[in-house]
Design a protein around this ligand. Structure first.
Ligand code: IPD
Ligand code: CA
Ligand code: CA
Ligand code: CA
Length: 254
């Protein structure tokens, strides 16, 4: 299955790249900065057509095209974020990725994050027992603590200091706002960020969390509880050391 999914992702990426110079049809969703383009919708439809031909019984949980309410825990579910970082895609034509995850009865089996412009594919999970960076097996990153690295955050969460985001950020080497959850999760896998704190929907964290788990990296909701896979929720993913520090910090400050 992984070979097929990789080929769909590369094919989808070629289509996205071929249209990079074209005018986009951009619509607003919940507001001025929450956008969707024809490329988001077409990419999801393309991936869904490949999935349906491959496994007609599979279910789809995808951000676009009205497919965003599917439960994660019944049968085989493909979770799709066709363009993660849509605002970057519209404004920069880079710093976005394509993400797919496969869940079987609620258990993550495979995750894929493809940084289209940098041609960097991260993929893996329990089904293959490993995580790969293109063709190379990825080792778990160093277990660095808050003071030893950069942390990714959602800007609104940082600005409003939700769950001590500013105090946590102040203890790190610096806060980064990439505007693309997939790239933040890639950065944790690679070890270029020690963590990521955000408000996310299931398709934002599905693929990345499968690969994090495979590498022994923890992730959770605000109080350390498992993610719900329903709606938008607070997300923390980090090295084990940083996760322990954030949890201890939260207890101290409450
Ligand atoms: C968004 C991006 C962004 C994150 C948002 C996501 P989208 O995904 O990943 O970085 O802060 O929470 O919704 O809408 O561009 O796929
Ligand atoms: Ca979106
Ligand atoms: Ca997203
Ligand atoms: Ca998206």
């Amino acid at each position: 299955m992984e070979k097929e999914i990789i080929s769909w992702i590369y094919e989808a990426a070629e289509r996205v790249k071929a249209g990079l110079g074209d005018a986009l049809k951009v619509d607003q969703k919940s507001g001025r900065t929450d956008l969707v383009t024809n490329v988001d919708k077409e990419t999801q439809a393309f991936i869904v057509s490949k999935i349906t031909a491959f496994d007609p019984a599979a279910k789809i949980l995808g951000e676009e095209n009205g497919q965003d309410q599917t439960p994660i825990d019944q049968g085989r579910v493909f979770v799709i974020d066709p363009i993660d970082g849509t605002l970057n895609f519209v404004m920069q034509r880079e710093n976005f990725c394509i993400m797919i995850a496969v869940y079987e009865n609620g258990v993550g089996q495979l995750g894929f994050i493809y940084d289209v412009i940098r041609d960097e594919l991260f993929w893996g999970g329990p089904k293959v027992g490993k995580v790969f960076y293109n063709n190379e097996e990825l080792s778990p990153p160093e277990n660095r603590s808050l003071g030893e690295g950069l942390i990714g955050m959602n800007l609104a969460l940082y600005r409003k200091n939700i769950n001590h985001a500013q105090e946590i950020g102040n203890q790190t080497m610096g806060v980064r706002v990439l505007g693309c959850a997939g790239l933040d999760l890639i950065a944790i896998l690679k070890g270029t960020q020690i963590g990521y704190i955000s408000m996310l929907s299931p398709w934002d964290y599905a693929a990345g969390s499968i690969m994090m788990k495979q590498l022994g990296l923890p992730f959770s909701g605000a109080e350390g509880q498992p993610l719900s896979f329903q709606g938008r929720e607070f997300f923390i993913g980090a090295t084990s050391a940083v996760m322990n520090q954030i949890q201890a910090f939260d207890k101290e400050k409450h």
